[in-house]
Design a protein around this ligand. Structure first.
Ligand code: AMP
Ligand code: GLY
Length: 421
């Protein structure tokens, strides 16, 4: 079968790497891809906004399965268009992907179906938002309703910051139409944990846990980013919490789909906060996480194609995937200045040496005059497995020492929380 992956990040490189190992896959394509994906797939220079061109390509190449990487492609109705043309595609429909593309929709879903989440209110009018916020203790969390490249969440410590956030989101539309509505919610504390579960409409299949590191700098300092590194499993998700995750979140999610008549098939990736009062869902993502996918697929021993197809065919209960024991760690090498402004076009060296101990998933890279150069903020995801977390960390960091490009930085504490540091 020929497979097409849509996207251009480290997540898509990991998907292409894993699917290219499937004995049933004859060719992997990736649109638009990046500088490293060409090692395991054929990159196709079509942007994700060009849905009709992607469709034409998939029909002409007789693609047997398309896998959607990013949220905005799901929100734009990629799955609906491919399905209507009779093509098999992995991911939820536009209507179901509203669980990620509208925080108001997600909060209402959670509240309606008893899924534990932060107490919140939602507003389409900034005066009402101000009135609601005024009566609540600080800190407060203010979120633009729509997709905002991970930047639409503001944690306000003072009344001035609350006012500024409402002004930015709703009045100034700093995040564009994402700010047509907003959510204001209580601030929660505790470790965060990323959960992935395939959902076939009636059943779910839980993947191992992972933990991302959202802040740019060590010790969770600096600005929020798309994710600076991950490890799996995350020991904070104890067996008791996993049981609660199943009964209080995933079972209720499936029951909620049924009650609302919502059809959801694809990956569900809830962001969780493990608070002293128990699990709280911060958000639902309707796709694979980035860089969570890098560590999860590094640990998956079974054929990913079987799992994706079972999700589409509603046969998940027949799947029993095998996972490599031990741990996996992914450390992101980023461009100096990320997540704010940074320069691109820097030549990347040392990749060959680094691949002796780790798998290097490319994110913001491209090939210029035959050489790998930087083209984005998150550049590479250096990913290693080990029989335990210390070994996986030491392999990932040792590979990282081989890699260099001008302005490169990375966090040195990825996985430290898993060691109790
Ligand atoms: P979200 O896009 O909703 O996951 O939010 C992005 C990040 O903001 C999360 O990963 C958390 O670190 C933080 N965050 C979101 N909601 C809350 C909350 N209610 N309390 C504390 N931190 C939060
Ligand atoms: N790593 C966080 C995300 O993919 O949203």
């Amino acid at each position: 079968m020929k497979v097409l992956i849509l996207g251009s990040g480290g997540r898509e490189h990991a998907l292409a790497w894993k699917l290219s190992q499937s004995p049933r896959v004859t060719a992997v394509f990736c649109a638009p891809g990046n500088g490293g994906i060409g090692e395991v797939a054929t990159c196709v220079p079509i942007k994700l906004s060009e849905i009709e061109r992607l469709l034409e390509f998939a029909l002409a190449e007789n693609i047997g399965l398309t896998v959607v990487g990013p949220d905005d492609a799901l929100a734009a109705g990629m799955v609906d268009r491919f399905s209507a043309a009779g093509l098999r595609i992995f991911g939820p429909t536009q209507a179901a992907a509203r669980l990620e593309s509208s925080k108001v929709f997600a909060k209402e879903f959670m509240q309606r179906h008893g899924i534990p989440t932060a107490c919140s209110g939602h507003f389409t009018n900034s005066l009402e938002a101000r009135r609601y916020a005024a009566g609540l203790p600080l800190p407060l969390v203010l979120k633009a309703d729509g997709l905002a490249l991970g930047k639409g969440v503001i944690i306000a410590q003072t009344r001035e910051e609350v006012e500024q956030a409402i002004l930015d989101i709703m009045d100034k539309r700093k995040f564009g139409s994402a700010g047509q509505a907003m959510v204001i919610e209580e601030f929660l504390e505790g470790p965060e944990c990323s959960i992935h579960a395939l959902v076939d409409g009636s059943n779910y299949l839980l993947f191992p846990s992972a933990q991302d590191h959202k802040r740019a700098l060590d010790d969770d300092q600096g600005l929020n980013t798309g994710g600076m590194g991950t490890y799996s499993p995350a020991p904070q998700l104890t067996p008791a919490l996993e049981q609660s995750l199943r009964t209080d979140v995933l079972d209720r999610f499936i029951a909620g789909l049924k009650a609302d008549g919502l059809s959801y098939q694809g990956m569900l990736f809830p962001g969780l906060m493990l608070t002293p009062k128990g699990i709280r869902v911060l958000e639902f993502n309707c796709r694979f996480g980035d860089p969570e996918t890098q560590v999860l697929l590094a640990r998956l021993e079974s054929d990913l194609l079987d799992l994706l197809e079972a999700t589409i065919d509603r046969t998940l209960p027949r799947q029993t995937p095998r996972w490599r024991s031990g741990s996996a760690v992914c450390v992101i090498a980023a461009s100096g200045g990320y997540p704010e402004t940074y320069e691109t076009g820097k030549p990347v060296g040392g990749l060959e040496k680094a691949t002796k101990t780790a798998v290097i998933f490319h994110a913001g890279t491209r090939i210029a005059e035959g050489k790998i150069t930087t083209s984005g903020g998150r550049v590479l995801g250096v990913t290693a497995t080990g029989h335990d977390l210390p070994e996986a960390r030491s392999k990932a960091y040792s590979a990282m020492t081989a890699i260099h490009f001008e302005g490169m930085f990375f966090r040195r504490d990825i996985g430290a929380k898993g060691l109790g540091h």
